[in-house]
Write a protein that binds this ligand. Sequence first.
Ligand SMILES: NC(=O)c1ccc[n+]([C@@H]2O[C@H](COP(=O)([O-])OP(=O)(O)OC[C@H]3O[C@@H](n4cnc5c(N)ncnc54)[C@H](O)[C@@H]3O)[C@@H](O)[C@H]2O)c1
Ligand SMILES: O=C(O)CC[C@@H](O)C(=O)O
Length: 629
Amino acid sequence: MKLRDKLIIDFDSTFVDEESLDILAQIATRNHPEKPADVEKIKHLTSLGMAGEISFEESISERLKCLNANRKDLEDLILHLINSVSRSIEENKDFFFRHAEDIYIVSSGFKEFIEPVCKNYGISSSHVFANTFVYDYKGNIVGLDESNPLSNNQGKVKLLKSLKFGHDVVVIGDGITDYEIREAGLARKFVAYTENVKREAVCEKADFIAESWNDILLKLKLNPDFYQKKVGKALLLENVHHSAKKLLVDAGFDVELLKTSLDEQELCEKIKDVQILGIRSKTMVTAKVLESANELIAIGAFCIGTNQIDLDYCIKHGIAVFNAPFSNTRSVVELALAEIILLMRNLPDSMRNMHRGVWKKSADRSHEIRGKKLGIVGYGNIGSQLSILAESVGMDVYFYDVEEKLALGNATKCASMVELLRLSDVVSLHVDGRATNTHLIGEDELNEMKDGAILINLSRGHVVDLNALVSKIDEGKIKGLGVDVFPEEPKSNNEHFDTVLKEKPNTILTSHIGGSTIEAQIDIAHFVPQKLKEYVMSGSTMNNVTLPELQIQPVKNAHRLIHMHKNKPGMLADVNQALARYDVNILSQALKTNEQIGYLIISTDKNFTEEIVEELKNIDGTIRLRMLY
Ligand SMILES: NC(=O)c1ccc[n+]([C@@H]2O[C@H](COP(=O)([O-])OP(=O)(O)OC[C@H]3O[C@@H](n4cnc5c(N)ncnc54)[C@H](O)[C@@H]3O)[C@@H](O)[C@H]2O)c1
Ligand SMILES: O=C(O)CC[C@@H](O)C(=O)O
């Protein structure tokens, strides 16, 4: 689909997040230390030029003089730049591929490194306008091709005049030379792009400021009609970080954000026309809820655990479930480590005494953690990180996992959980919330623990039998306890909370806040919406927990459809025969299966008519069909 405008995009600090010549100077210095570039001077000249404080010609010729780079250094630069594409541009790669014919890179930088980077976004070399270097016989960069209009002051203006694009042009960049195109009347808008650098002098002249590519899509209404048609309602519960809402709104979703969780009945009502549901650990997404969800295509768990969702139902009905497997792990590990120290020193009781006016200076029941044995049950993302941190403060680490795991650092693998329970001074639970882990730690397991041991559970509430635990605390068997997760948790901060562990000695009780740090929540609020957006827009299932994982490159000038089916013989043949009957040519096709489902992404040269869609839907074994564009 064609865009109304031609998009003229600057390269340095816009398409990529840095200034290429600054990086080239650093690379050249590293590669030829005997002839260092004056990196600081180059950076200074770049800023002066970008802000319009010196002319472009002066800025570029002075920078090239200090560069001391060679043709060979460009290879390192290209590798660096490929990994430095602005985050929101990378996230919208699909957009670039689909609209490459209306996208031009116009830069005062150099074709030698811009073309290889932009090629990965579907932008061909005929759409890249930039300078070229001049080299001496040894390959040293000694100047630039001065016959290129972009090597002069007002170079971008001269180039645009020669291209004769007319007035339907939007210029996007971070520098004054980008604005010059608009000033010369060769563009209808200038957008100051501030994702990487904000120059006040440039922003003042802009028609609007875009903090990211999503802002551009939104403000220029560039979202092609598939954004408007296919993207519907998103319901976010449990007070997920507000930046998640912004990301989804920018992607075109109509977002409702609620502070609390909803119970089954409330959710059944609310979810009817929702396409994307976002939850944390409290909302139970049962089969009954899912049956009411007529439009639901994906669920985002803004946390690690997905045991609150009926995953079997989602698999059978082709609903993608995404979570954030890493974002809050460090936060949980830090809390676990803090609790180990506090509980070893008997600090919960000391602190309570002080608040009550009781001064008790004593070393009684107070120990260092150095040299103590920490037993970690569940050596996954959290358990294994705790292993490293605990060891670095002098603990002896032991672990047990049902899966084969590599022992990190000097940790020792235990052959059974009982072995671990018998030897540990502190036992920290980090297993996942699968149903079979219910009461993993009950009376028998507690009996196996050392007398006076400490138990920490930051995993899931049902993992420990709390009644058995209370008896063992009362008997004096367990001398310290840290619990963050409970079998029953309130669904909002307004509800009362009660537990049998209340007022027990040397006990830290927290309200399921192991992963609740600002850092973790911001990271989750970016990670999960991004996955949801990619799934909705491009069909990518990477990092989801229900469907086979598949991601394919966008294809230019194509139509794309996803066919989810039961994993049984002959499905692919049936789909292809159906398409052949309608004379549809397949441009690319990718299939990934898991035990139950086949996930097929098809790109074709023809639009999918209602008849084709109907025929594909009627193929026996089809679970769900989703047309992307
Ligand atoms: N308190 C919080 O706020 C908070 C925050 C994040 C995660 N969590 C919870 O922490 C737990 C661990 O998270 P993670 O990201 O490390 O998960 P993970 O999936 O990476 O690791 C879990 C590990 O436990 C192992 N395991 C499962 N059952 C076991 C058993 N019976 N015995 C021994 N090993 C077993 C698995 O093989 C896996 O290696 C999860 O339950 C998660 O929901 C809690
Ligand atoms: O933040 C939450 O609600 C859950 C945190 C944690 O239990 C998780 O699964 O990531």
